[in-house]
Design a protein around this ligand. Structure first.
Ligand code: GTP
Length: 340
């Protein structure tokens, strides 16, 4: 079942409107305003997910029995599995927000119910009594309770406001962690996951040409063996920065894995070939010095396989063909671009 990602980024007014819509529905079904329940019914009045609304209305009919297990399993199905982010900090923050809001909702609900009872009592007194003293006392009591309710509402609003700020922080954290998940920690360019997504996106625009280069550092094992793994890492970083410089609206660069990089070019084969040659030459011209001895290490070169997407084929077969080009470039003596 596909579930839209639910969004609780509403501003104070919208969230308050949802509160006013959700709470009566929960009250009518005698659903306790626990964190799970409030999240579910909030999402329902938001109309965030028709499947969730259907399940809620079917599982919790008005005046029907309340089943905590059903509610927890819906919460798990629609929030834990599909919504909650993986970072423990973000998770704690969400639980904290929901808990605080739920407490505030309960307080506000109790206050509103008490006030409703006082109003009803006052109406009876007004209707049935000529006793001026009692009426005056009742008006005084109503005034005090109105003020109390006002205070309660204000406290509730400030609770909502601070939850709003927390949600904002959470949103930024989530965006940052999503961005990090697509970036290679060593080279700071997109990683394999970022590449996979970019390729799918590129191939979903059939009017745009897509070319792909697979690029592999030559005799990298030897470099590691001669100068050590940290030096190998530095070389990868530097090659990553050469690629980062050619990144543009039409060119997407990524570290595909290990000492292999991938470049998606939304242009014709000729332009992609020119770019591939440019990258190859720039890497070969690098002069990388050892920090300890200041000696320049031997030339770093790359082999590149290049190919153009053929309509109707899959991303996997495109990658496979670019890899064939790369294999031929290695076979042909390395430090070259081969079109496959
Ligand atoms: N320093 C470093 N080395 C890595 C990393 N990832 C992969 N390697 C090394 O890259 C080397 C790749 O070696 P091979 O696949 O044999 O290829 P090669 O030595 O580059 O030879 P050709 O590809 O045939 O030119 C292996 O020694 C890996 O350990 C990394 O993140 N850092």
């Amino acid at each position: 079942m596909s579930v839209n990602r639910m969004d609780f980024r509403d501003d104070l007014n919208t969230a308050s409107d949802y509160l006013r819509m959700a709470v009566p529905q929960m009250v009518r079904r005698r659903i306790p305003p626990t964190p799970y329940n409030y999240a579910l019914w909030y999402a329902h009045v938001q109309n965030a997910c028709p499947d969730l609304s259907r399940s809620l209305l079917a599982d919790f009919p008005e005046n029907g029995p309340y089943d905590a297990e059903k509610s927890e399993s819906l919460f798990f199905e629609y929030f834990v599995k599909h919504y909650l982010p993986t970072s423990p900090q973000a998770r704690d923050l969400i639980v904290d927000i929901v808990t605080r809001l739920t407490r505030a909702v309960s307080r506000n609900l109790r206050g509103t119910q008490d006030y409703g009872a006082s109003l009803r009592e006052a109406l009876t007194v007004f209707e049935e009594n000529d006793d001026q003293e009692r009426i005056r006392a009742m008006v005084g009591q109503l005034l005090t309770e109105t003020r109390d309710l006002e205070n309660l509402t204000q406290a509730f609003q400030s609770e909502l406001k601070s939850a709003g700020a927390q949600v904002e922080r959470l949103k930024r954290e989530l965006e940052e962690s999503e961005r990090r998940a697509r970036v290679d920690a060593l080279t700071k360019i997109p990683n394999r996951r970022g590449f996979d997504e970019a390729l799918v996106q590129s191939l979903s625009a059939p009017d745009e040409p897509t070319c792909l280069m697979m690029l592999d550092l030559d005799r990298f094992k030897q470099l590691n063996d001669t100068y050590g793994h940290p030096m190998g890492d530095r070389v990868l970083e530097i090659v990553g920065s050469v690629l980062a410089k050619v990144q543009s609206e039409r060119v997407f660069v990524a570290r595909y894995g290990g000492e292999e990089f991938a470049v998606i070019v939304n242009d014709e084969l000729e332009a992609a070939q020119t770019l591939a040659e440019q990258i190859r030459r720039q890497v070969a011209a690098l002069q990388i010095k050892r920090k300890s001895t200041k000696d320049t290490i031997g030339a770093i070169t790359v082999s590149i396989g290049l190919t153009r997407f053929k309509p109707g084929e899959t991303g996997a077969s495109l990658i496979e063909r670019a890899d064939t080009g790369l294999y031929r470039a290695k076979e042909g003596g390395r430090d070259r671009v081969v079109i496959a």
